[in-house]
Design a protein around this ligand. Structure first.
Ligand code: KG4
Ligand code: ZN
Length: 345
């Protein structure tokens, strides 16, 4: 079944064509350079840019998949969570296409998409035997969720962040250090050259007794370390000091997450697979730490097949729709689809 999928939940305008779980095209037009000067995503600017780009992005997705609208069997669109004005553009586009081509329309939860990204098939790559139940670790600029499921679509949130998401914490540290936006990738790169023992930061939520996370305290503790280091340096920080701060931040942010993943695996010994999804899933050190934990607990670790599938993209929405249809999901009346910015799993 060929599905044309659209995601405009944040600052990427994306359209993709999938055939069941196989990705035929995945076009992503990033708005990052427009939001950069504001240090974050501006919702109405995002909406305007989505409107300017969505038709061309859909066209390109069809072209790269080697098909026209007449080859498409269904449409899928993200209806939440995300920024309301941004979500609206994708929904309106999908609704118009569904009505004008009389196609079934499936509204999809963006976070289910991040889970589905691990099931996507690209080129000759088919994910290794994916045994359920699974524990999905969803780490992005807005989410840090631990999600348990036996069947795709029947998700139980075991833990989530009480305040900032892990990706958001990376972005904020980057901003404090003057490294630009979005900073996750830059902090990760500099951390590789840093010494994590030079500064100290506390591991958040270590003794919280639940599977929740919290990153705002770590962000504030890091701010104090940065201020003290600036004072000691009498002004600007040298490169090595920046690398050292990035290294301890990354170590502590990830250790906190890893402790909760480990507790979840202890609480749910039936879990066979750990899935990693979301923008922070691109982080090499996190993958290494999770792989070693998975080995220790004799579970399989599955990560998205490529980096495009980690950050926001429409192919994961198409794969989520295919999986939902396999589980019996029914299409909805196009006119009834509405954005739900705070949609939970
Ligand atoms: O999933 P995503 O594209 O958008 C959201 O739904 O938030 O994730 C973006 C987040 C940003 O916070 C970005 O800084 C972070 O993912 N990120 C990383 C890395 N690459 C992207 N964080 C840590 N290490 C990376 N390599
Ligand atoms: Zn996302």
């Amino acid at each position: 079944m060929k599905i044309l999928a659209i995601d405009t939940s944040c600052d990427e305008t994306s359209a993709a064509v999938v055939n069941d779980r196989r990705i035929l095209s995945n076009v992503i037009s990033s708005q990052v350079r427009f939001h950069k000067k504001y240090g974050g995503v501006v919702p109405f600017l995002a909406q305007r840019l989505h409107k300017e780009r969505i038709d061309a992005v859909v066209e390109l997705a069809l072209q790269r998949a080697g098909c026209g609208m007449s080859d498409i069997d269904a449409l899928a669109v993200t209806y939440g969570p995300g920024l309301a004005p941004a979500l609206q553009v994708g929904i309106e586009t999908a609704r118009t296409l569904a009505l004008s081509h009389t196609l079934p329309l499936y509204p999809i939860n963006h976070m289910a998409g991040h889970i589905a990204s691990c099931f996507a098939q690209t080129g000759s790559r088919v994910p290794a035997d994916l045994e359920l139940p699974a524990l999905a670790v969803l780490v992005s600029g807005k989410h840090s969720d631990l999600v348990y499921f036996e069947r795709f679509g029947e998700f139980t949130i075991l833990g989530q962040t009480l305040d900032d998401a892990i990706g958001e914490a990376y972005d904020k540290i980057a901003r404090m250090l003057g490294l630009g936006y979005p900073g996750g990738r830059i902090v990760a790169k500099l951390a590789e050259e840093g010494d994590p023992t030079r500064f100290a930061l506390p591991i958040p939520m270590q003794n919280s007794g639940d599977l929740n996370l919290s990153y705002s305290g770590l962000k504030n503790a890091a701010r104090l370390v940065i201020e003290a280091a600036r004072e000691a340096a009498g002004g600007e920080l040298d490169r090595q000091t920046i690398c050292d701060i990035c290294a301890i931040f990354e170590e502590v942010a990830q250790k906190s997450l890893l402790l909760k993943v480990e507790s979840a695996l202890r609480q749910r010994p039936e879990v066979r697979t750990v899935l990693l999804g979301g923008g922070v899933a691109a982080n090499v050190a996190l993958r290494r730490r999770l792989r070693s934990l998975a080995r220790q607990y004799d579970v399989q670790l599955v990560v998205p097949a490529n980096l495009k599938l980690c950050t926001d993209n429409a192919a994961m929405i198409g794969v989520a729709a295919s999986m939902a249809i396999e589980e019996g999901a029914k299409p909805v009346e196009p006119g009834s689809v509405d954005r739900v910015p705070g949609l939970a799993l």
